[in-house]
Structure formats: C-alpha cells, structure tokens
Design a protein around this ligand. Structure first.
Ligand SMILES: [Zn+2]
Length: 271
C-alpha cells in the first residue's frame, strides 16, 4: 500500500476528526430519545415529551435502553413511528459497518500464542488479546461480536478512533481519507436522527390552534437542543396572548413562558 499524499493542511484534518467525534456524540446522546420515539405515533406534538418536566416522569418502558439496541430494534413490539424506526435501523447499520471498516484498517489482529510453553506445537489466538475490551470484534454467524453492545458503544469506539485515542499498540492512526469517510457518515447519522426527532431546526406546525386567537402555532427548535424550543402564533399583534411580540410582530413563547402556553392549550382542549 502506498502512503497517501498529504494534500491538505493538518488543521482541516484535525477539525474534520473533531467534528466527526462531535456528531457521533450527538447521535448516541439522542439515541434513547429515538428509541422511545419508535413506540409513539408521530404527530405535531408540542411540547416534545422530553421538555415536559412539569408532567409526570416518563414510564419505565420509555427509559432509554442504551446497550440493548439490536433486540429493541428488531423485536420492537409496536413500532408506531416508522420514520424513527427507519432512522434507527439505518443509523445502527451504517455505524456498525463503519466500525468494521475502521477496525479492518487500524486495529491490530489478534496475536497468536503457542499452545505449549516451550513455543513448540500449535498456535492459537491469544484469548487475553482477543478479549481486550478496547477491541472492535467482528460479527460472525455464531457471534454478534461488538455489535451486541449496541450503537452507543459503537459510537464511543468510533469517537476514540477519530480522535486518535491510544490503547497500547492496538490501533494505528486513522488516515485522512478514512477520517473523511467517518466524518461524512457521522454527519449523515446525526442529521437523520435529528430529523426523525424533529430537532433539525425545521419549524413544525402544531396540530392545535393558539388558545388566545385560534391562529396557527408553529414550533421552532434548534439543532440538538430540544430545550431551546420557541412557539410562534401566526396571527400578529391582534393576538391577545400575554407574551411579547417578536421581531416580526408575532406573539412568541420561549423558556418558562412555554409552561403558560402548555397550560392554556390543555385548558382549551378540555372546554
Ligand atoms: Zn394567537
């Protein structure tokens, strides 16, 4: 194999790797939410469940199931949100496959040791080396390998490789071309997960009207930050909602004001 020419400044490569690790962390941090979303019907629900700290805590079956992913994805009893299910299965498959590719490129194969202490006779894979928890183990017909630990572990492992974390001499550095592939897969995965969760910054038209003027309500979120949601009434200054007008002359709820809007929406629904 020839050495890849160094055609880009180191700084670009460094940023690329940092961005890959950042995107992978965002994927695994939102993974529990995505799994929970699979079991809920998609609709323009506001506020997002995870923002309603003034409601009851989520039931146990909604708790993030980090680490048990393959089971949950393939045997989900009632996938109600097919967009979330598709995002989860696609993301899981892509990150697992990326782990296989990266491990093939940078991970030292399992050492062989002699079966007798004098170095004669047969050689076998060193069980200690093979069981090194820093390793990515491939899947086989009889063994799911590291995939058994789920997407969360795969993402953590990839982050370590992207950032060049050492584990003895187990890993060679990831070359720039492979770092590019890791960065683009991670970026795609994060975008897919955030789109499925409605956190990609795209406004969402709510399915209930403004409780003050019956105007259309639109929720806006910031990427990766469900707590930064705002809701805007489309009517304008004639809306009597007790919040200030935004820069476009619309009533806008943000932060603690959202609690008031939620209470008003609930009251309107019960009338
Ligand atoms: Zn209004």
């Amino acid at each position: 194999m020839t050495t890849q020419p160094s055609i880009r400044p180191d700084a670009v490569d460094h940023l690329n790797r940092a961005q890959a690790a950042d995107d992978l962390a965002a994927v695994r941090e939102q993974w529990g939410d995505l799994l929970a979303a699979i079991g809920r019907a998609p609709r323009a629900e506001w506020p997002p469940r995870e923002c309603r700290e003034w409601e009851q805590p989520p039931a146990a079956e909604d708790a993030p199931a980090v680490g048990r992913l393959p089971l949950i994805l393939r045997e989900h009893p009632a996938p109600l949100n097919l967009t979330a299910l598709d995002a989860a299965t696609t993301t899981e498959r892509e990150l697992f496959e990326l782990c296989d590719v990266v491990a093939a490129a940078v991970q030292r194969p399992v050492r062989y040791i002699a079966t007798d202490k004098h170095g004669r006779g047969r050689y076998q894979p060193d069980p200690t080396d093979r069981a090194d928890p820093a390793r990515w183990n491939y899947t086989s017909p009889t063994d799911p390998g590291s995939r058994a630990y789920g997407l969360h572990w795969a993402a953590v492992w990839l982050e370590g490789r992207a950032l060049g974390e050492q584990a003895g001499e187990l890993f060679a550095p990831v070359r720039p071309l492979l770092a590019d592939e890791m960065a683009s897969t991670a970026r795609r995965a994060r975008a897919r997960v955030e789109r499925a969760l409605g956190r990609d910054g795209q406004p969402t038209a709510l399915d209930r009207p403004c409780p003050y003027c019956r105007g259309p309500l639109t929720a806006h979120t910031r990427s990766g930050d469900p707590a930064a949601a705002t809701v805007v009434c489309g009517t304008g200054s004639s809306c009597t909602a007790p919040v200030l007008l935004n820069g476009r002359g619309r009533r806008e709820w943000a932060g603690a004001e959202l609690v008031g809007l939620f209470v008003a929406l609930e009251a309107a629904r019960k009338q």
